[in-house]
Design a protein around this ligand. Structure first.
Ligand SMILES: [Zn+2]
Length: 289
């Protein structure tokens, strides 16, 4: 098995995958149903999307576990099943991509505000991410990914908890959904200052707002850090048309921005919401695969 770090050697730009949620919605996931429910209820469709990204040229595949922390699951139909869900999500990805694909165990925010603004204490946060990371590791992931974070405390506590449980490489990715700052006012340089000293394997941004904002965010990361920069933007700003949400950036447009990021020095690239296998195939072509 080739390790995550081996694959980053020699300046290789690692191509990740695209969206889970928006592609599942195109595949029939009803509005309001969490993608994680398909890990148990429709595993063939979870495998199918991993397979489509593999055919498009993805090398790193995120598990269907973004919302699978015990805290986030607590009020829904998967309450109490975080451990088995994360193990299974990792296994499903591995079943498709084999030993040569890199499986990234993804973990999103809990959906709770940190104390004193909300109920999320440091101890609870550490424990929920320790549990999720341990289960993803048990399922066989190669690397862990904290993505779409916006609050420094929650992400720092998550890193602390994960560090008690596993030595797997850890990627940290924030969502700058106010443009070039998170909803808490955090900048790329703030993220680098907080997480580079903690020994993370890569750092960067996903989701966010427009591709033009992403251009600025990527530049700020490349300026601020010598770590590998990770970037997985949305396929443009979503537009609601009738009862559907459209992402306006077509494959060529997204691939043009991503190719620029790779030229500037970004090392791990892909797409977030609205990014289809066709977008990933276009990026793969631009990266001359
Ligand atoms: Zn997104």
């Amino acid at each position: 098995m080739t390790s995550f770090f081996d694959r980053l050697a020699d300046g290789h730009v690692l191509l990740t995958d695209g969206a889970t949620g928006t592609n599942f919605q195109d595949m029939g996931l009803p509005p309001g149903v969490g993608p994680e429910e398909w890990v148990f209820d429709a595993p063939d469709r979870v495998r199918e999307l991993h397979h489509r990204f593999a055919e498009a040229g993805s090398e790193l595949f995120l598990t269907c576990s973004f919302g699978a922390s015990s805290v986030r699951l607590a009020d829904g139909p998967l309450a109490g099943r975080a451990k088995e869900l994360n193990v299974r999500a990792a296994e499903l990805a591995r079943e498709v991509v084999g030993a040569d694909g890199i499986v990234g165990g993804t973990m999103g925010p809990t959906g709770q505000l940190v104390e004193p603004y909300g109920p999320l204490t440091r101890e609870l946060c550490q424990a929920t991410y320790a549990e999720q990371a341990q289960a993803l590791g048990e399922g066989g992931v190669d690397v862990l990914v904290l993505e779409t974070f916006f609050a420094l405390e929650e992400a720092l506590w998550a890193v602390e908890g994960i560090g008690t449980m596993t030595d797997l490489p850890l990627i940290i990715s924030f969502s700058f959904d106010q443009g070039t700052r998170t909803m808490m006012g955090i900048s790329p340089a703030d993220v680098v200052a907080a997480f580079e000293p903690l020994g993370v394997a890569a750092i960067g941004a996903n989701c966010g707002r427009s591709l033009e904002d992403s251009d600025i965010v990527v530049g700020e990361f490349l300026q601020a850090t010598s770590l590998p920069v990770w970037v997985k933007p949305n396929a443009g700003v979503p537009q609601v048309v009738g009862d559907t949400v459209l992402y306006p950036a077509d494959p060529a447009t997204l691939a043009g921005h991503i190719a620029d990021y790779a030229r500037q020095g970004a090392r791990i690239v892909g797409g977030c919401c609205g990014t289809t296998p066709e977008h990933i195939a276009a990026i793969a072509r631009r990266l001359s695969r």
